[in-house]
Design a protein around this ligand. Structure first.
Ligand code: IPM
Ligand code: SF4
Length: 473
């Protein structure tokens, strides 16, 4: 048998119908649902008298429209309607819902893996582009549109064209202060936001193998910002250790048997990819975006670009308009950019390790008087764990606000929004115009860089940060 990539193995395990020149029909193992992209899908079932085909493979939560303060009191009528509609739909169609009053409620890509719903080798879909997050486990996971959500609800299948394969090798070891977020921001800054179009990307190399599961999720989360259909990381002992004992994972001997199958999923030695890219981690510095796409980024030791110096007319134009929106002068050192707001959270960086990392920077310091800083756990469980460890106390002592779980300021679909002109250091994944509120200016960074910026009121190189072990009064 010919050598296969991980993508090909998972694909072949799930193809039900394949006809030359046509999209294939794929079986879907797990369907995650949230309040924004599901109302019309359920409505479609209702109108045609169909049921959810496999309710036991379908799990819902609410995240985008949820306030992170006074969460049961949703004032915006559209948000309230979407949340209530999801509740009603889940009841009517027999879908398990992790509601606002459950500890497992949270951003769908944070709570799913936490529950152990995400396994290597599964096909996973959700009406949400950052479903790519789950690829960190070696699952083929991608976002779908609302009409596809309806199709999967009704049939547990999906029409898909086979993607091309790209191997990205992160070569070398990460230096201290370089995070998983810097790996993916650095990659996108170098290659742009569309080099992954039409591909499923597999991340490999020393710097990937040494990442924790949560760090791998940060990398795979942003695959979509490189244009890719999905991201994949081969499962290994780190993956199995993370999964063992979680609620929706097989237990005991069945788990060990599953591990044996999961191990076989890895790409075969010598398997061929359509494209192979190498990325050098040794020279990477902490990343900050300066523009209005995730690819408009650079190192903290650099400056805002001077559009005239960029190589192509398209880049010059794009940079000029981005800098105008961002209110930045060409050539400004990144460390001189002052901020008004800090958002630590989202499905990119709202997990417990992210909060630990940010807290270690914030400990013993005070948020700059010019800055409002919020910390939003990715799920109820992340919040609980953080409170057990006293991270909430570190944050509030430093002047950060400690919130409830949700998408929050990652996108302006709930009360957490920037005011026009406000500048935010954000641990999320998108910096498009208006993403965090009309006229808001977003700079994407790691949790460490965000926490340090909150203290200094501007961006700083976190590699020079002096850690304090004591909380000072
Ligand atoms: C609202 C939802 C459809 C959207 C997505 O698909 O990603 C959101 O989660 C985002 O991050 O922009
Ligand atoms: S946290 Fe942000 S990126 Fe993630 S699902 Fe919510 S809105 Fe989308």
């Amino acid at each position: 048998m010919s050598k296969q990539t991980m993508f090909e193995k998972i694909w072949n395990n799930h193809v039900i119908v394949a006809e030359q020149g046509k999209p294939s029909i794929l079986y879907i193992d797990l369907h995650l649902v949230h309040e924004v992209t599901s109302p019309q899908a359920f409505e479609g079932l209702r109108l045609t008298g169909r049921k959810v085909r496999r309710p036991e493979l379908t799990f819902a939560t609410m995240d985008h429209n949820v306030p992170t303060k006074d969460r049961f009191n949703i004032k915006d009528p559209i948000s309230k309607q979407q949340v209530d509609t999801l509740t009603d739909n889940c009841r009517e169609f027999g879908v398990k819902l992790y509601d606002l009053d459950t500890i497992d409620q949270g951003v769908v890509h944070v709570m799913g893996p936490e529950l152990g719903l995400t396994h290597p080798g599964k096909t996973i879909v959700c009406g949400d582009s950052h479903t790519s997050t789950h690829g960190a486990f070696g699952a083929l996971a991608f976002g779908i549109g609302t009409s596809e959500v309806e199709h999967v609800l009704a049939t547990q299948c999906l029409q898909q064209s086979k993607a091309k394969t790209m191997l990205i090798r992160f070569n070398g070891a990460r230096k201290p202060g370089i995070t998983a977020k810097d790996l993916i921001l650095g990659l996108i800054a170098k290659y742009g936001t569309d080099f992954g179009t039409g591909y499923v990307m597999e991340y490999s190399g020393e710097a990937i193998r040494t990442l924790t599961m949560e760090e791998r999720m940060t990398v795979c989360n942003m695959s979509i910002e490189a244009g890719a259909r999905a991201g994949l990381i081969a499962p290994d002992q780190t993956t199995f250790d993370y999964l063992r004992g979680r609620e929706y994972v097989p237990q005991g001997a069945a788990f060990d048997a599953a591990v044996e199958q999961w191990k076989a999923l890895c790409s075969d030695e010598g398997a061929e990819y359509d494209t192979v890219l190498d990325f050098d981690v040794n020279t990477l510095v902490p990343q900050v975006t300066w523009g209005t796409s995730p690819g408009m980024g650079t190192g903290i030791t650099s400056s805002v670009p001077v559009p005239e110096q960029l190589p192509t007319e398209n880049e010059r134009k794009a940079a000029m308009s981005a800098l105008e929106y961002m209110g930045l002068k060409p050539g400004t050192p990144m460390t001189e950019i002052e901020i008004d707001y800090v958002f630590i959270g989202s499905c990119t960086n709202g997990r417990i390790e992210d909060l630990r990392a940010a807290a270690s920077i914030a400990r013993g310091y005070k948020v700059s008087p010019n800055v409002t800083a919020i910390v939003v756990p990715g799920s109820g469980r992340v919040k609980l764990q953080a409170e057990k460890e006293g991270l909430d106390k570190i944050f509030t002592a430093a002047g950060f606000e400690w919130r409830d779980a949700g998408c929050s300021m990652c996108l302006a679909m709930n009360p957490d929004v920037l005011q026009p002109g406000q500048r935010c250091a954000s641990t999320s994944n998108r910096n498009f115009e208006g993403r965090q509120g009309r006229g808001g200016r977003t700079h994407l960074v790691s949790p460490e860089m965000a926490a340090a910026a909150a203290v200094q009121g501007r961006f700083v190189d976190v590699r020079n940060w002096e850690l304090k072990s004591e909380v000072t009064a």
